[in-house]
Design a protein. Structure first.
Ligand SMILES: [Zn+2]
Length: 86
């Protein structure tokens, strides 16, 4: 996964409409942030969110892939690649 823990925490917080405290104790309303949108490089669907690293099926510079493709295509490909390398 390319997400840092911080990004994942923010993503979860946005989903539940939470407010988080920044380091300077200032309250940030996450509803004010724009959730990124992207087009999946594998199925071409318009998606909302941070996306997933599409490697090794596609280079990450081509864009991100959706959760569905991540589980259906990317994960099996990574497992296959790993087993070939052993
Ligand atoms: Zn997709």
């Amino acid at each position: 996964m390319e997400h840092s823990d911080e990004v994942l925490t923010c993503e979860v917080a946005v989903n539940v409409g939470m407010e988080i405290l920044a380091d300077d104790q200032q309250v940030i309303n996450l509803k004010d942030f724009v959730i990124p949108e992207f087009t999946c490089v594998i199925c071409d669907d318009d998606c909302v969110g941070f996306g997933n690293n599409p490697e090794p099926i596609k280079p990450i510079k081509d864009g991100m892939c959706c959760d569905k493709c991540n589980y259906r295509v990317i994960c099996p490909a990574r497992w296959a690649e790993r087993s070939i390398r052993k």
